[in-house]
Design a protein around this ligand. Structure first.
Ligand SMILES: Nc1ccn([C@@H]2O[C@H](COP(=O)(O)OP(=O)(O)OP(=O)(O)O)[C@@H](O)[C@H]2O)c(=O)n1
Ligand SMILES: O=P(O)(O)OC[C@@H](O)[C@@H](O)[C@@H](O)CO
Length: 437
């Protein structure tokens, strides 16, 4: 069933060096599609919501996985397999987060049956009433494995093109043992000789589709390994490719917390400092840049006069930046911060991840009390409340400015600690607060 009116949105060791986008597509020279089984109920996770629809940074887990596949331009179609009662939910997720190249298919009672339904979307006899054009290679990837990059997708795809089947593996952490019917140790497997089978996996489409067509009901209902089906029914021994530690599957509640923590760490990697050209703000900006660089991979600075649109901001980064620090002088009000928020609102930047803006305001505490300056800047609460509606998190930070370089460095160091914590945590609970260092 295709939801909605149209289709929403070698020897493998000598693999080609990592290629991206169009270059990879040309190098591959084949059509590639993906099937993401997402029709499970997440019993081991517990709770009422199936884990693929649990939020990570206020966005469903499945949207993070779909996004990972959308970044890969040479994957033409993404078939997402969900239960009938989650079709509307999935359509709304696709709509809200602007996912493209996605076709929805109804799931089955087991993972294998869901994957089989996903593959049927490409079958020439149109068993689902419609047909996407058949790919030469199809990638199968659990929708609850959000950390999948182009490198591993390219490797399993090129291997499947050459060998017919391929899958990601990881070293075992625990030793595998077999038990006797009365619950005692029967034997253990030599851990060094065994691996954990992960995802993504990739197959020549005709091989895996034929395997599913021949599959016994027992295998469809109790099997857990697509590579096994290719071997058992099509005599294809899959090529195994060591993947990164991030290929794990979200299964238990703890996995959701780990996923959110990893994504927050990844978002921390780029920060943009925006200052006007006044002496005090430029001085604080340089100090902040110097100190922040010890904790963040990429720190760039831009003059607020150049901050006419986010393209000026984003042009400095190879990837998108989701963290901004506006430095405002000792006489500032909120116009500068409001302007940055307006620029950020004018883009789709905050659709996928919360964007953080720390609004730093200088104070000369010899001349003015903190309480008066906080009172002066009380407008941050309303500004932050409005910005939150667009997934922009605005925090205030009052920083004591002094001509004494040593004292100023100490203050900016403390301020950097607060700013890093705010960016890393992205807590909606602190928006609109004026913190003080
Ligand atoms: N009938 C099913 C069962 C599972 N899956 C999908 O297969 C992937 C891996 O399965 P698993 O981690 O076992 O998910 P659940 O079956 O939901 O988890 P549980 O076994 O804890 O219920 C998940 O993306 C899940 O949604 C599916 O598409 N159809
Ligand atoms: O059994 P589950 O549905 O939890 O996991 C399904 C697959 O992810 C799992 O079997 C991997 O080892 C890859 O085949």
């Amino acid at each position: 069933m295709q939801a909605g009116s149209e289709q929403l949105g070698s020897p493998c060791e000598q693999l080609a060096p990592l290629l991206h986008g169009a270059e990879a597509a040309n190098r591959l020279g084949i059509s590639v599609a993906a099937v993401l089984p997402a029709g499970g109920s997440g019993e081991r996770m517990g709770g009422g919501t199936p884990k693929q629809f649990c939020n990570i940074l206020e966005r469903p887990l499945i949207s993070h996985t779909v996004q990972a596949f959308e970044r890969v331009t040479w994957i033409r179609d993404i078939v997402v397999v969900v239960t009938e009662d989650n079709l509307d939910l999935m359509k709304s997720i696709i709509q809200q987060y602007g996912h493209s190249r996605v076709t929805l298919v109804e799931g089955g009672a087991t993972r294998h049956r869901s994957i089989f339904n996903g593959l049927r979307a490409f079958a020439e006899n149109k068993p689902l009433g419609f047909q996407l054009s058949k790919p030469e290679v199809v990638i199968i990837h659990d929708a609850v494995r959000p950390f999948v990059d182009e490198d591993i997708l390219f490797k399993v795809t090129t291997s499947a093109k050459e060998c017919g089947a391929s899958g990601a593996i990881r070293p075992l952490v625990s030793t595998v043992i077999a038990s006797t019917p009365d619950g005692c140790l029967d034997h253990s497997l030599e851990r060094a000789r065994h691996r954990a089978s992960e995802m993504p996996q990739a197959f020549a489409f005709d091989i895996i589709y034929q395997a599913y067509l021949q599959c016994s009901d027992y295998d469809l209902d109790y099997g857990t390994e697509c590579l096994h089906l290719a071997q058992k029914y099509c005599n294809k021994k899959a090529k195994l490719i060591e993947g990164s530690p991030d290929l794990w599957k979200v299964t238990y509640k703890r996995d959701l917390y780990a996923t959110e923590s990893i994504i927050k760490d990844n978002l921390l990697q780029q920060v943009c400092i925006i200052t006007d050209m006044k002496e005090d703000t430029v001085q604080v900006g340089f100090l902040l840049h110097e100190i922040l660089k010890t904790q963040v991979k990429q720190v760039k600075g831009i003059s607020s006069s150049l901050c006419k649109n986010v393209h000026h901001l984003q042009n400095m980064f190879t990837e998108q930046c989701f963290n901004f620090i506006g430095i405002n002088d000792k006489d500032s009000n909120f116009f500068g911060t409001q302007h940055i928020v307006d620029v950020l609102k004018s883009t789709s930047l905050a659709v996928l991840y919360p964007v953080v803006l720390v609004s730093v305001h200088l104070i000369v505490s010899e001349n003015m009390s903190y309480s008066s300056r906080v009172e002066e800047l009380s407008g941050i609460r309303e500004l932050a409340k409005e910005a939150k509606k667009k997934n922009i998190l605005v925090y205030g930070l009052l920083m004591d400015y002094t001509k004494d370089n040593l004292r100023l460095r100490e203050t900016v160091t403390q301020g950097t600690t607060v700013i890093t914590a705010l960016i890393k945590d992205r807590s909606p609970g602190l928006i609109g607060q004026m913190l003080v260092v």
